[in-house]
Design a protein around this ligand. Structure first.
Ligand code: KG4
Length: 335
């Protein structure tokens, strides 16, 4: 079954053709990162307009790259939530019109389910059940993936997402947007241990997380240094900050594995590209005798193929939609 998949929830327009949920026939991406970098973050109105400009030509490219014609497409999958509402609406409206014109089923896909499914593309042996640590620009979740479309949230951030925190920290350190990768590179240059940063806990909810205190601490450190004309040790701060994020995420993922008895952990989302978090997960999974799946870096960020992968399993579960399907800025992964 060949699925034409659309992703437009943030600042990448992405269209892919995926066969039977596991085989990527094409994966076309038009990134807007350079435009948003000028403003230090995503400007929603610009994102929507850029999706409109890119999506039709990108669809032709995805079909051509896959060696397909329109009549080869069996279904259309699309991110319908969560994300920037205008951006999601562009992909959704386009996908609806394609599904209508081709007279094929329309499959709604939750963006975070897609991030998790990116791992099905990289690891043919991976099957649920497993525990997922989904860490992206807008979401931070620990999820029990009982089956391809049956999930339960075990823990989540109560405020900022991990990726948002990386982007904000990078901004005050004068690094480019998106900040995760530059912070990662900077952190490699130091052993850290210079800055005391908060490691928040949520009372009575050991699997929940909070990143706003950490974010504020980094912002205050940078502003204070500027006010008193002090030089910050930027690489040490990048390392100590990343360690604080990792020390929040990794022990909770391990605790969730212990509580559920899951012996397989899967990382997903843009922040899963972080080298310190990956190394910490590898070490802790070895200790706990858990099997760890880390997506290759190209599949950590937003892409269309992951939507095609999850779309296949949503289709098998009977999850299709009619033309009344709406876009949502927020939506629970279990809905
Ligand atoms: O999954 P993603 O591409 O988009 C969303 O679905 O939100 O994640 C984007 C986030 C950004 O916040 C970016 O700074 C972060 O992933 N990111 C990283 C790294 N590469 C990207 N964060 C930490 N370390 C990295 N190497």
């Amino acid at each position: 079954m060949k699925i034409l998949a659309f992703e437009s929830s943030c600042d990448e327009t992405a269209v892919a053709v995926v066969e039977d949920g596991r085989k990527v026939l094409s994966d076309a991406i038009a990134s807007q990162v350079d435009i948003h970098a000028i403003y230090g973050g995503v400007v929603p109105e610009i994102a929507s307009r850029k999706h409109v400009e890119a999506i039709a030509a990108l669809t032709e490219k995805a079909l051509a790259d896959a060696g397909c014609t329109r009549s080869d497409i069996d279904a259309v999958a699309v991110t319908y939530a969560p994300g920037l509402i205008g951006a999601v609406l562009v992909g959704l409206s386009f996908a609806k019109s394609v599904a209508y014109a081709l007279n094929v089923p329309l499959i709604p896909v939750h963006h975070i389910r897609g991030h998790i499914a990116a791992n099905y593309l990289a690891f043919p042996d991976l099957e649920p059940p497993f525990l997922a640590l989904a860490i992206s620009g807008g979401n931070t979740l620990i999820i029990d993936v009982r089956d391809y479309t049956d999930m339960e949230i075990l823990g989540s951030t109560r405020d900022d997402a991990a990726g948002e925190c990386f982007d904000k920290a990078a901004r005050v350190l004068g690094l480019t947007y998106p900040g995760g990768k530059p912070i990662d590179e900077l952190a490699q240059k130091s052993q850290g241990g210079v800055y005391q940063l908060p490691h928040s806990k949520v009372d009575g909810a050991p699997l929940d997380m909070s990143f706003s205190g950490l974010k504020t601490a980094v912002v205050n450190l940078a502003h204070h240094a500027k006010q008193v004309g002090e030089e910050l040790d930027a690489s040490a701060l990048a390392r100590d900050f990343t360690k604080a994020v990792s020390d929040t995420l990794v022990p909770r993922a391990m605790l969730a594995a212990q509580q559920t008895g899951r012996k397989t952990i899967v990382a997903a989302g843009g922040v899963a590209a972080n080298s310190i978090i990956r190394a910490d997960l590898e070490r802790e999974c070895r200790k706990a005798d858990c099997k760890l799946y880390l997506p290759p870096l190209r599949l950590c960020g937003d892409n269309g193929a992951m939507i095609g992968a999850q779309g296949y399993y949503e289709f098998l579960a009977g999850h299709t939609a009619d033309m009344s399907l709406n876009a949502y800025a927020t939506r629970d992964i279990t809905d």
